[in-house]
Design a protein. Structure first.
Length: 542
């Protein structure tokens, strides 16, 4: 439970927060990797174009894993040279991967981590060694030059069907093998069964993880929650332990557990009744907001594992991040049970030192000022589904229960826009929503036009019975006119203001104009709807 005053504490001390670990910098110059990036851009990229119907299912419509196996064989099967933790799930994969990687690094292991998407540079998808830094441009370039002739030949033999993701996954596995990592923590790109990462065999797998099962990528994964669960359960391997995050709908959990039984795979669940994960309060750690939590894991049965961590200071905020931390802890205990050294101290340290761009990321006061939002609290969060929208609003409700809220939203075309809008609008009173567009994976083909987003938000507000004033109404133009002194807090008469802007700069101008009308309280401005809008803000700061 959240201690009384916890949210007030965070709201008050956040105003004093002016420090962050290191300034935002460009992680690499694209000119350093121009030939490599041009090569990748010449390949089929489903992040840009969208995933075909049924592509992630274990069917004739699914991706061809045989192509990936042939590619691995050409390069000496690098994925057989390290132990892998393989993670699938609708939400929480990236955060869980980061938690697990940092736990293992804290124990002293050399770790490779492969995730997607990235925020500022493609290099973020491959983290290497004990430092956990993104792979260097030089290392990527050197590897590309070394393998390009073989890649060219493979692409020719496969009739040009090898994708951007398959090539980059191959490069990640080659780097992990070259660097002789102890563990590779690998996030599945789509589903699990037919994902390019699912070439990992049972002998190379330390543990598989399924974080959650939701309706994202519904068409690509068979059209139902059940087919999505089947696709994700495809990463379970013969005799290797499987960790469940959750919570899951009972019949969906049965599907996954039935697959585990068929594969003789022992199951550890972060939702087991003996486990206790509790959020207690908010505080500040090294200049960043954090939540103080207890994480107590007690797995008896065949896997005798236990861990009692009190007052863990998580920089990743929200109940969903506590769930991800609990899942990562269960993975660490599985590895301990299998004979690897993983101390409780390393688990605590790894959890406490995990921090990701674009996930519950607060900007410094200097960065907010650079955006023209002086005095405002600025939050970046890549939430883009119904569940992640709900998690975001739970965090905001606890941290800023009475703040003036302005949302800047950009979304991909294949998301449930109405469901996301409904979660945001029903969480707490939202003063203003600014809808804009952000390039998805560097392209506009999957970007949702602001006009369609506005229709979705109007529909959600009608369903919830929430009064709105949008920029298609005469009333909206009156709002931005000069108002009599003392009328600032009546701006919109309690209705939610809904507006569209063609660019991030336009959003910043409008947000600043609206916030300046609110008196001394600048409020909280949240950039959300995709990781790509968060990336746009960070790039703007550069």
């Amino acid at each position: 439970m959240l201690h009384r005053g916890g949210s007030m504490l965070l709201s008050s001390i956040w105003r004093k927060f002016t420090r962050r670990v290191g300034p935002i910098r460009t992680l690499c110059s694209h000119s350093e990797m121009k030939d490599f990036l041009d090569y990748l851009d010449s390949l089929k990229n489903y992040e840009k174009s969208g995933v075909p119907r049924g592509a992630g299912t274990d069917s004739e419509d699914g991706f061809d894993l045989g192509r990936m196996r042939r590619l691995m064989e050409r390069f000496g099967n690098p994925h057989s040279k390290f132990k892998a933790v393989h993670i699938a799930g609708t939400k929480g994969k990236g955060s869980t991967a980061a938690f697990i990687s940092n736990i293992l690094r804290a124990e002293g292991y050399s770790v490779g981590c492969y995730t997607s998407p990235h925020i500022l540079t493609l290099r973020e998808r491959i983290l290497l060694g004990r430092s956990g830094h993104p792979v260097s441009a030089k290392l990527l370039n050197d590897l590309f030059c070394r393998i390009k002739p073989d890649l060219d030949q493979a692409i020719k033999e496969e009739n040009g069907c090898i994708s951007h993701f398959e090539v980059f996954t191959t490069m990640a596995f080659l780097l992990f093998a070259d660097e002789n990592v102890d563990f590779a923590v690998i996030e599945a790109g789509l589903g699990g069964a037919r994902d390019a990462t699912n070439i990992i065999s049972s002998t190379g797998l330390a543990a598989s993880v399924i974080t959650t099962v939701g309706e994202e990528h519904l068409a690509a994964l068979g059209g139902s929650l059940e087919t999505i669960a089947i696709a994700k359960a495809g990463i379970i391997k013969q005799g290797r332990p499987m960790v469940l995050g959750g919570p899951f709908v009972p019949h969906i959990e049965h599907i996954i557990r039935d697959k585990a039984v068929a594969m003789d795979s022992p199951v550890v669940s972060a939702q087991d009744t003996g486990n206790r994960c509790t959020m207690k309060s908010f505080s500040i750690l090294n200049g960043r907001p954090c939540q103080i939590c207890d994480i107590v894991i007690q797995v008896v049965k065949d896997l005798k594992m236990s861990c009692k961590l009190l007052d863990v200071k998580l920089q990743m905020l929200g109940d969903h991040q506590l769930q991800n931390a609990s899942t990562a802890t269960c993975v660490a205990l599985c590895l301990r049970n299998l004979g690897w050294s993983v101390s409780d101290e390393s688990i605590r340290s790894g959890l406490e030192h995990t921090y990701l761009l674009g996930r519950s990321q607060f900007l410094t006061s200097e960065e907010a000022e650079a955006l023209g939002l002086t005095g405002a609290t600025v939050l970046l969060d890549g939430a883009h589904t119904k569940d992640s929208g709900k998690a975001l609003m739970n965090t905001i409700r606890m941290a800023f229960p009475k703040a003036q809220l302005v949302f800047v939203v950009a979304m991909a075309s294949d998301k449930d826009h109405v469901a996301f809008a409904r979660e945001i609008l029903s969480g707490v009173h939202v003063d203003t929503v600014l809808l804009t567009e952000a390039a998805i994976a560097g392209a506009v083909t999957r970007t949702t036009p602001t006009s369609l987003l506005r229709d979705s938000w109007i529909k959600a507000s009608d369903e919830l019975g929430i009064g709105i004033v949008h920029d298609g109404m005469a009333e909206y133009s009156e709002l931005l006119k000069e108002q009599p002194i003392g009328s600032e807090r009546n701006l919109g008469d309690g209705k939610t203001i809904l507006a569209t802007e063609s660019s991030l700069k336009g959003c910043l101008r409008t947000a600043n104009k609206i916030l300046s009308r609110r008196g001394n309280e600048k409020g909280v401005i949240v950039f959300t709807g995709s990781l790509h809008i968060a990336a746009s803000v960070l790039k703007h700061l550069q």
